[in-house]
Design a protein around this ligand. Structure first.
Ligand SMILES: NC(=O)c1ccc[n+]([C@@H]2O[C@H](COP(=O)([O-])OP(=O)(O)OC[C@H]3O[C@@H](n4cnc5c(N)ncnc54)[C@H](O)[C@@H]3O)[C@@H](O)[C@H]2O)c1
Ligand SMILES: O=C(O)C[C@H](O)C(=O)O
Length: 339
């Protein structure tokens, strides 16, 4: 009889906070079925939420079990930080209050920033030092900065925040405008904050139309739109979804988290870059250092590198600086709240 040996690796421990919430509802399934860490990577899923949500978590656990997913080796629902953060390989920090209609993300700062102080300290104390930390909960950049500051034993390079949703929104808008599928658009950039001052920039983007690669400005043939409504649409998309759904984006947010982490785990495609909020130290764009700022990055062996030296005109510089100024304000307000 032929014996087939399995070469599957050891399970990795993946923490998702806010596991009873709406983003997690889509995200957990995608992770457990192998869309993020690979089709051969067994997973132990740790689901952290607050005590009142434990009954809901029980339902999420039942549903994950009922998916009968072969990679999912164990599910650990908990409201205890020391259980949630123990020996984890990846921390996906979603848990926090979402913005409601009419609310600005700044309003969330006070409500959410303390969560990320506590969870930063928990990462420091309980997680593996190689843990990859992705912050999704808003205001994502500043929450990520706070988590990083309270986890001094973990390299700053292991922290990132989600601006991939904005990146995907920008790709999709350009693709729709050019009448091509979204995979035909690459190298858009989201600069700065995951907030309405973010700057979606397509000066270096490429669109493949009918087999021919063109710069986005040539492909779109409408500079006024690219400088106006395109930017506004991407900046305001989160608010538009909230207005329509009365709930903040969840399916597209979960999808963006999957894209973000998959690129950390497996690297970005040759010749392409994606957008990610990372620690700004040492960047070549003059962005103040002590911020989590979204840059174009390339990733190899789980290490990101900001794509340096891309030309920026006055229009771009003004927008890059405005979003940096907002992040400095957010950071200072967050540190004030915490003291
Ligand atoms: N960066 C992005 O692109 C992006 C996109 C969409 C949403 N978001 C943000 O993601 C967050 C979650 O959104 P959602 O729609 O899933 O919200 P939700 O309200 O459906 O779920 C949030 C969950 O977090 C839990 N939670 C609260 N405090 C917690 C804590 N201290 N520890 C663990 N869990 C905790 C809540 O109990 C709830 O179950 C919000 O802050 C939202 O604004 C970010
Ligand atoms: O905008 C929000 O508050 C939700 C989320 O960050 C989004 O971009 O959809």
């Amino acid at each position: 009889m032929m014996l087939f040996l399995s070469h599957q690796s050891e399970p990795i421990r993946v923490l998702v906070t806010g596991a009873a919430g709406q983003i997690a509802y889509t995200l957990l399934y995608r992770i457990a079925k192998g869309d993020v860490f690979g089709k051969d990577q067994p997973i132990i899923l740790i689901l952290l939420d607050i005590p009142p949500m434990l009954p809901v978590l029980d339902g999420v656990v039942m549903e994950l079990q009922d998916c009968a997913l072969p990679l999912l080796r164990e599910i650990i629902p908990t409201d205890k930080i020391e259980v949630g953060f123990k020996d984890i390989d990846a921390a996906i920090l979603v848990g926090s209050m979402p913005r409601k209609e009419g609310m600005e993300k700044k309003d969330l700062l006070k409500a959410n920033v303390a969560i990320f102080k506590t969870q930063g300290a928990a990462l420091d104390k309980y997680a593996k030092k190689t843990v990859q930390v992705v912050v999704v909960g808003n205001p994502a950049n500043t929450n990520c900065l706070i988590a990083l500051k309270f986890a001094p034993s973990i390299p700053k390079e292991n922290f990132s925040c989600l601006t991939r949703l904005d990146h995907n929104r920008a790709c999709s808008q350009v693709a729709m405008h050019c009448g091509v599928s979204s995979d035909k658009v690459k190298n858009v950039i989201i600069w700065g904050n995951h907030y309405s001052t973010q700057y979606p920039d397509v000066h270096h983007a490429i669109v493949n139309t009918h087999g021919c690669e063109l710069g986005a400005y040539k492909a779109v043939k409408n500079d006024a739109w690219l400088h106006g409504d395109f930017i506004l649409t991407v900046q305001q998309r989160g608010a538009a979804v909230i207005k329509a759904r009365k709930l903040s984006s969840a399916m597209s947010a979960a999808n963006a988290v999957c894209d973000h982490i998959k690129d950390i785990w497996f690297g970005t495609k040759e010749g392409e870059f994606i957008s990610m909020g990372v620690y700004a130290a040492g960047n070549s764009y003059g962005i103040p250092e002590d911020l989590i700022y979204s840059f174009p990055v390339q990733i190899k062996n789980k290490r990101w590198k900001v794509v340096d030296g891309m030309s920026t005109n006055d229009f771009s510089r003004a927008k890059m600086n405005a979003t940096a100024a907002e992040l400095m304000e957010e950071r200072d307000a967050a540190l004030d709240f915490l003291t």
